[in-house]
Design a protein around this ligand. Structure first.
Ligand SMILES: NC(=O)c1ccc[n+]([C@@H]2O[C@H](COP(=O)([O-])OP(=O)(O)OC[C@H]3O[C@@H](n4cnc5c(N)ncnc54)[C@H](O)[C@@H]3O)[C@@H](O)[C@H]2O)c1
Length: 348
């Protein structure tokens, strides 16, 4: 696979991967010369935050366990206050994209370095993209200062992720790789990572569906999620991410489920215009036809495959189409109103 031209802007980050990796937290915090970290989590993952706190001993000054979906501005303000009061010099964000998103907001506003311990496949830990929601409006941006300094991937921590969430979260990760493969800024490094990420996840997700505690499948899925997240961080996403962002924001849809429904539809639309991406996906997926493989994977792992299952109604769609068309974005195939309406009607 050769590329005529490309720019590859490597994102500096230390990745520590392996079962039992949470045990390395104290050493990794020391490496960053942090002495007073604040541990962040959702209320549901408080136990895990306490485990990290126990391991960190004197290097942790507290736990803030109120991370929430979409990083609401009042949550950020409360976490900022907590960090200031405790004199925190960094954060350990342990959880999914919502918790890591809160860590990024603290990095953006207070310059606190983050160590991330992801427990889903969303991939936020690999990107310089932040998001904060104020009055139902999500503001997003790219800033290198929010990139975690260190990421500890411990597959054991994902064994508690229910099979249904594992399926949709895994498809969310896969979507990053699919769009990276036809991104305008794809490079040989990213294309190789994307292809391997798709291969890892496509093999692991059905095995996790059968046995969510399968250690080998959990390790493969998390490795795939890392690779796919790195692709998201390094390239410009296209129609799929644009559609999911608008659908999620306008209709308040669940993040990973929306990605699961939309992915096969956008792939069917875009891949005829992206032969190199199509060839990479055909190598990585267990079918020469990547769209058939994605559809079959979605069904096998029991992920939602219709927008109607997420309670979207036909009358919701025109406003979504208007918003997607209002702002230009990168895509291998031009998308007009008629194509977009057809794609969404099929997804419904
Ligand atoms: N900035 C970025 O680059 C980026 C990338 C991907 C996603 N995101 C953002 O991340 C958010 C979605 O993240 P998510 O899909 O990881 O969900 P999430 O972080 O909202 O987690 C969903 C729920 O699952 C729980 N959970 C997480 N890991 C678990 C585990 N191992 N076992 C049991 N429960 C667990 C969480 O505590 C939470 O209650 C969205 O807001 C999205 O916009 C941002």
């Amino acid at each position: 696979m050769t590329f005529d031209s490309f720019v590859y802007d490597a994102l500096p980050m230390r990745v520590v991967f392996g079962a039992g990796g949470i045990g390395q937290l104290p050493e990794e915090v020391r490496r960053l010369t942090l002495r007073r970290v604040l541990v962040l989590s959702t209320p549901e993952q408080r136990d895990l935050a306490e485990r990290a706190w126990d391991l960190l001993g004197d290097s942790a000054v507290g736990i803030f366990d109120r991370a929430r979906m979409h990083v609401p501005t009042d949550t950020v303000a409360a976490a900022e206050e907590s960090a200031k009061e405790l004199g925190a010099d960094g954060c350990v964000a342990i959880g999914g994209g919502s918790t890591i998103g809160l860590g990024k907001a603290l990095a953006l506003r207070q310059g606190l370095p983050i160590l991330a311990v992801p427990t889903t496949y969303a991939g936020s830990e690999m990107t310089p993209i932040w998001g904060i929601t104020d009055n139902a409006r999500k503001q997003t941006g790219r800033n290198r200062s929010v990139l975690p300094r260190t990421v500890v991937y411990d597959p054991d921590l994902t064994r508690s992720l229910p099979a249904g969430i594992s399926a949709t979260s895994g498809l969310n990760a896969l979507a990053h790789a699919v769009e990276a493969l036809y991104a305008p800024d794809v490079s040989p490094v990213i294309a190789a990572m994307a292809e391997q990420g798709v291969r890892d996840l496509a093999a692991a997700l059905p095995a996790i569906g059968k046995n969510p505690a399968d250690p080998a499948a959990r390790a493969a899925a998390l490795q795939g999620a890392w690779l796919c997240g790195a692709c998201l961080g390094a390239t410009t996403m296209g129609l799929h991410h644009k559609l999911c962002h608008v659908l999620g924001g306008k209709l308040d849809l669940p993040h990973a489920e929306t990605h699961s429904v939309i992915l096969p539809h956008v792939a069917a639309f875009n891949l005829p215009a992206a032969p190199r991406a199509r060839a990479a996906l055909a190598r990585a997926l267990p079918d020469d036809d990547p769209v058939a493989a994605l559809n079959s994977l979605t069904h096998r792992i029991g992920a939602p495959h219709r927008l109607s299952a997420l309670r979207v109604r036909e009358s919701d769609l025109p406003a979504v189409v208007d918003e997607v068309l209002a702002d230009p974005y990168a895509n291998p195939r031009p998308v007009g109103r008629a194509e977009l309406e057809r794609l969404l009607a099929e997804a419904l």
